[in-house]
Design a protein around this ligand. Sequence first.
Ligand SMILES: [Zn+2]
Length: 535
Amino acid sequence: MNQLNSAKCVAVIGPLVSLLVVTARAQPLWELAKEDKGTLVISTLFPAQDVRDRLSTDKGIDDAIDWCKKTGVTHAFIESFRDGYTAQRRALEHARDRFRAAGFDVSGCVTTTKVGKDSTGWKSIACYTDEPTQKRVQEIFEYTASMFDEIMIDDFWFTDCECAECRKARGDQSWSQYHCDLMVRVSRDRVLKPARAVNPNVKIIIKYPQWYSAFHERGYDVVRETADFDRIWVGTETRDPDNGRWGRKMQYEAYYIMRWLGKIGGAKCGGGWFDPFGTHEDTYVEQARQTVLADAKEMLLFCYGALLRDTGPANVAKLRTEIPGLFKLAALVRDKPLRGIAAPKPPNSDAHNEQYVYDFVGMLGLPLVPTDEIRTNVKAAFLPVQALKDPRLNDKLAVMLKAGTPVLVTDGLAAKLAPAVDDKNLLVLNVGGQPRNLLNLTRQDLKPIRDKLLAPLGIQFDAPNKVALYLIGDHCVVVENFNDEAITASLEFSQPIEANKALVLPVDGQAEFSFTSGKIDFTRITPRTLVALTY
Ligand SMILES: [Zn+2]
């Protein structure tokens, strides 16, 4: 309803309609989010401490519901346990029922920090070889399953303990094998089985952390655990890539891991989860865009309490402006096959000194197709040292090269290929054990790499470093400028096309372009701006 029509309605029908109109207008994102939740769900988490401090009075719940509605959040995760604290049953059930009555979907959550015997490694992580710790975990999940039909496990469900008891139980296995076997067994015996015994309807989500290069070292086994659990979720919290404290993660990582686990989990893969730590408005919303661009069905804003302090309110204010655009982006990518350069990371593969190299390669304007398996029937491929996990690597590489498929390998992998492969279709990317150095490659350095790898896809792309390209289905392309400066770029198709601007984020961002025949010339894309074109 536009302003003019609603004004007429009010004049004719009177104060009741006026009130309704005002109410609907006050919560436009809530109305939009309810309408569009088949495309994308926005959710948040109330950690156990928030349940105690912010959801234990009706006033606190009213405030939380109001914040959610203003943010387009339609799904509330209400947590029963974190950091050794168990939220009270009365508070959990009351909050659950109030949110449901207000029209929300409601789920539970457990964060397995300070559960029992401490690990010798990460702080707050437990030793799950320890029997009393296993029993405590079981109690926590039985308690939670008695109240909720869906339970998320936040990404501390791992162990890196190397205590005497663990060493003895490990025998002659590697630590990685032992920790994976242990977490698979404890998940089955102490989480899934007992929770389902208490509540046969319960669905349990394992949420994988964002640190995918090291999953198997600490007991996350994405193959067996994905098979065992009902659903999987993904940590997409890249934060600010220039903030030293928070790991210096590339924005593309959120996209890579969400797509990679989406491939592994298939229909089981639910949403991506990111937080405000170490971010400012621009980097905060980049996490949302990458999560949605990677076909997440849901995005979780961790967490209510954290978003009310520090940079949280400014981040959320900016996110709210982008939410209508994020729904559009979700509709553009939903279930569309990706085109591009196959970028396989076999599960449980060691990264050696090429940790997260996929994320940096994605920042170079090479449209990756994240996958878990090295397949030979692809148009182009990128293979780092992680590919060594595949015992048939050499054969597969030979098949691809013989077929004329361009393959980009890292110098780390090239050094291990035996006998040394020399082929005109093989390109070597000099990483030097420092993936971050790839960000220093110039536009001129990148041109021959892009030209070679994109030729079989029938496109050419030219842009500075840190401008990512995504080929979504057969009629959509997304370009995202992660630089703090405006850029120019060009994208050339081997066939004539007619391009239309489908979306620009942020809402005040600009992407100016012209096209002649098959060539799109971006004369200006503003800093930290995403543009989606359909053709
Ligand atoms: Zn131990």
